[in-house]
Design a binder for this molecule. Structure first.
Ligand code: HEC
Length: 135
């Protein structure tokens, strides 16, 4: 009579120990999974931020380079001959359609033979203009 009872309680004890152990393992597993997922998420969002700021800096650099061309090759003359069309960092985006028209469509600018754009300057200007959503 005693023997099977003992056996029975020891089986229950064994089972509940197993359950607690497996719950612990399960909990540890879930926590590890959450930790890994959080880290993946974190590293990805960091990547996005880095990429965004690189893209932003690249755009700023391109705009700056474009402005330097406008300043050297266009403003130098416009200041004297066409003061209402002097390009600045603040107005160049608004004037992008006009710049595109004059330099690439009608090819009237840069006016005269004195002021030429190099191939590199043309390609910088073109690259910047393609970002300005000109139809
Ligand atoms: C040697 C002088 C000179 C240079 C260099 C020059 N321009 Fe001009 N530009 C003018 C003059 C003068 C006018 C106004 C008369 C006209 O449109 O021909 C003008 C007009 C313009 C206009 C207005 C056109 C319109 O629709 O009324 C734009 C836009 C323009 N220039 C862009 C540029 C750009 C961009 C550059 C440089 C890549 C440039 N110009 C270089 C002399 C110059």
């Amino acid at each position: 009579m005693i023997c099977p009872m003992l056996n029975f309680t020891s089986v229950i004890n064994y089972r509940s120990k197993m359950n607690i152990k497996s719950i612990k393992i399960l909990a540890l597993g879930v926590l590890t999974a959450i930790f890994i997922l959080l880290n993946i998420f974190k590293s990805h969002s960091a990547e996005f931020k880095v990429n965004d700021s690189i893209a932003l800096n690249a755009n700023e650099t391109l705009k700056q380079e474009t402005f330097e061309i406008l300043e050297a090759k266009c403003n130098s003359c416009h200041r004297k001959k066409n003061p209402f069309m002097v390009f600045s960092i603040r107005n160049m985006e608004r004037r992008a359609p006009k710049i595109h028209e004059q330099v690439f469509i009608t090819k009237r600018m840069p006016k005269g033979d004195q002021m030429r754009l190099t191939n590199n300057e043309y390609s910088i200007l073109k690259k910047w203009l393609t970002q300005q959503n000109i139809n």
